[in-house]
Design a protein around this ligand. Sequence first.
Ligand SMILES: C[S@@+](CC[C@H](N)C(=O)[O-])C[C@H]1O[C@@H](n2cnc3c(N)ncnc32)[C@H](O)[C@@H]1O
Length: 270
Amino acid sequence: MTPSLPDNPQSKQPEIDRVYAEPKETISPFVFNHQVAQVFDDMISRSVPGYTLCHEVLALITQRYAQAGSLLFDLGCSSGASTKVLADAAPTTCKIIGIDNSQPMIDRCQVTLHDLIEHDRVALSCQDISDTDLAGASIVVLNYTLQFLPLAIRDQLMARIYQSLLPGGIVFVAEKITNPEMDQQQAINELHLDFKRRQGYSELEIAQKRSALEAVLVPETELAHHQRLAQCGFEIPQTLTRALNFIAFMGQKPRSNSKRSAHRPERDRR
Ligand SMILES: C[S@@+](CC[C@H](N)C(=O)[O-])C[C@H]1O[C@@H](n2cnc3c(N)ncnc32)[C@H](O)[C@@H]1O
C-alpha cells in the first residue's frame, strides 16, 4: 500500500484512505469528521463505482441547463469535486454555492477550491441543507448526499427544491440504491464488494466501514426516487448513469409558459 501523505490541511493532495484499516474495538456510526475529510477524495473514488462518470454527466447537464445569472447549489459538497464540475461547465454569470454541515469538509473544500473562491465564482457555507435558502437556483445537485438524510425529511426537502428552482430548473441526484428483488440485491452487493477489493480495500476495512455506515446511509429503490421527483412535480425523472448499485438521475421543473421549450439549451436562449 502506498504510504499516506502528511496530515496537512493546506495540501491539495488527497491522502490514502486508511480510516478502517486497523481493527477497532467498537465501530461508531460513520461521521464526516477531520479524519474522513483528509482522505475523502480517495475514499469516495475507491468506494463508489461510476463516481467519475457521474461528474462527466453532471458537466453535460450543467452546460445544457444552467441558466445565465442564476445560482447553482451543490448540497453536501464535501471536498468540492462536483462543485468544481459546476463551476467549470456553467456560464460565467452563474454563481456556485457549496453547502455542507461538516466543518472539516468545508475546510478541505476551501483548500481544493481556493482559486474559484478567490475569484468569487464559488461560495461555501457550513450549514444544514434543511436551512439553505435555494431561491434563484437553476440547478440543485445532491451527489450521494440524500442517502445520509433522515428518510422522514427527504420528501420535504425535494418539495422545497422544486418550489425554489427557476422554471426549467434541474435537480441532479446521485445515490446508492437498493433493489426490492432479494436475489438481485445480493448479486449486486457482492459485485460492489468485489469492486472495493479491486480498489485495494481489505476484508477488515470493508467490514468495519459497512458496520459504521449501517443506519447512517439509508438507500432507497430507484422507483422510490423517481416517484418522489414525480410527486413533487418534476418532469421526466430519469436515470442518467448506472454503475452496479449506484445511479444518477435528474428531474426538470416545467417551464410555466411552454413545455416544448424545456430542453432548449441555455446558449440558444441568450
Ligand atoms: C458522500 S458525501 C458527498 C460527496 C460529494 N457530493 C461529491 O460529489 O464528492 C455527503 C456529504 O453530505 C454532507 N451532509 C450530510 N448531511 C448533511 C446535511 N443535513 N446538511 C449538509 N450537509 C450534509 C456530509 O457532511 C458529506 O460531506
